[in-house]
Design a protein around this ligand. Sequence first.
Ligand code: C2E
Ligand code: MG
Ligand code: MG
Ligand code: MG
Length: 287
Amino acid sequence: TNRSNQHHFYMRFEQAILDSKQQQFEISNALYGELENNGFSLNFQPKISLCDGRIRQAEVLLRWNHPTLGSISPALFVPIAERDGQIIRIGFWVLEQALLSLRSFYQQGLEIDWLSVNVSGRQLQDPAFSDQLQHLLTKYQIKPEQIELEVTETYLMEDLQLSNKVLSELHQTGVRISMDDFGTGYSSLAYLTKLPIDEVKLDRSLLTELSSDLQSQGMVRNIIRMAHELGLVVTAEGIETLEQQQLLQMMDCDLIQGYFYSKPLNMQHFVEILKQQPFAGEHSDVN
Ligand code: C2E
Ligand code: MG
Ligand code: MG
Ligand code: MG
């Protein structure tokens, strides 16, 4: 009967909540000790310049492989680590590893302008964050402009005044700031003028219809134009097709990132790709 169906529905619903609470609890517990157990690693996803096809930037993406739970997506465990506070320790580790990687790239003579590191709002709210970052930069002799912090639009909009204050302080030290996932929240272009940012990253969801939908093309073209008027670098993320790349090139987008060119790579593969590029100097005679 209808009634027992309803009953079953609620049973399943409650079970799902229990499962997800149980899962969150398990993941939260499993995260403890993983820094010491070497459970984490970093991947690097190249950002390709649309003006010359070169790679001078990459986004750092956290990977977690647990001995019994297996490989778990950051989309699942980062929000849990934000809630239980572990993102502070884990995020610090990510920053330190990113700076170590940069130092290693420079020692190998590789040309990287900057690495982009995702930081969660919880990390930015930590009053010690800026000092810790400065300490790491000094320790590894990395210039602040060689690091970019990717902050999600949703966090920025939660408390515009607070995030403006925190980001302004960071920006003044020379660190680059990127607004990540633009197009998933309020996406008001007016906000771009209010925040101390250097880059806007167009979310994949804005770009999936690009090759089939003229309205979507018009919108993206205008966002790019407006961002450029504000002096921002525009990166398009989640690019999976040649059509998307060509359209974005016509729209003057600066950088693209996505499976079409490359999945996120481990450090060794990323370095191989960089080494396959001719040195920029080899091109300069052409003009
Ligand atoms: P995000 O910062 O927006 O990163 C982009 C995500 O899109 C990455 O997922 C990347 O692997 C994926 N991606 C790249 N190109 C394509 C494509 O062509 N198609 C599709 N479908 N996906 C593509 P990933 O690595 O699973 O990370 C998910 C999210 O987890 C990130 O989204 C970021 O918000 C968060 N995250 C990752 N690493 C860190 C970290 O070190 N710290 C913090 N706080 N968050 C992180
Ligand atoms: Mg990101
Ligand atoms: Mg993003
Ligand atoms: Mg995202």
